[in-house]
Design a protein around this ligand. Sequence first.
Ligand SMILES: Nc1ncnc2c1ncn2[C@@H]1O[C@H](COP(=O)(O)OP(=O)(O)OP(=O)(O)O)[C@@H](O)[C@H]1O
Ligand SMILES: [Mg+2]
Length: 288
Amino acid sequence: MASTSTRSRERPLDEAQNNTVPAAKEELQAPMHTDGGKATQTEPVIVINDLVRKFDDVTAVNGLNLEIRRGEMFGFLGPNGAGKTTTISILCGLLAPSAGSAQIAGYDIGKESKKIKEFIGVCPQEASVFKFLTGMENLILFGKLHGMDKQRLKERAMELVEKADFSEAAKRRAKGYSGGMMRQLNLMIALISDPEIVFLDEPTVGMDARARRRTWEYIGSLKDQGKTVILTTHYIEEAQALSDRVGIIDYGELIGLGSPEDLMAEHEAKDLESVFLNITGRRIAEGS
Ligand SMILES: Nc1ncnc2c1ncn2[C@@H]1O[C@H](COP(=O)(O)OP(=O)(O)OP(=O)(O)O)[C@@H](O)[C@H]1O
Ligand SMILES: [Mg+2]
């Protein structure tokens, strides 16, 4: 684990200088963007090849091929049970694929998942917090697991809770949190180490309208910081507003890919939700 979030970005550079890593790993070192990452949104940072995951007789991911670009806000959309969470779990090293491969910043998800964990952050669909700790204690614990410097960790945790208007709640044990509060804490945990690549699996489910809007704004600001964000959500309107590109998956297969504007033009649709319904032929189920 890296000892600070800065070091977690520096490490691949050390290796690159030893000529041991391919170009994609070096790319992770480029300075933060100030242009929303647009200028460099051509370099694939996540490459998925023929990915398959089976659970007994269910094929959750069925030969998925996809490239996600560096600095991109990528909306990963699909109906319930389409294979989004399974794909994210595989990319984050939480689940092994049945077949196929994927690389993140040039690192193989199977062989180099420890390395990958240094520069990714994950907000899983299912809350994963320590319920007998307070929100703040959870943040500090997860930051320590990332090897963050004590002072930096304290500052980062304070910054996150203040931005989320969560300072009072952060003093309480997570055990008593509502569903929406738990989601907010989970999102902050995903961001504690200031990761370069962030996976957000339905980050706003269960949040009230105000918390949701604030969270969407915050997610939008991640893009301005040059981060690569992979976002799943059933709030298609927000995905349309935020995403550079969206991928639509169903039955584990990619069935649509492009910018919201291009997809709307292609399907002669007034919005992305219409595109979604058009392609999947199913109704959108809100929440998990
Ligand atoms: N651990 C598991 N055991 C058995 N089947 C599973 C398991 N995890 C996922 N599945 C199945 O794989 C398919 C894809 O599930 P996944 O959770 O990836 O969908 P999703 O697109 O994230 O859906 P949602 O929008 O509801 O979160 C579903 O049919 C699901 O039942
Ligand atoms: Mg899911």
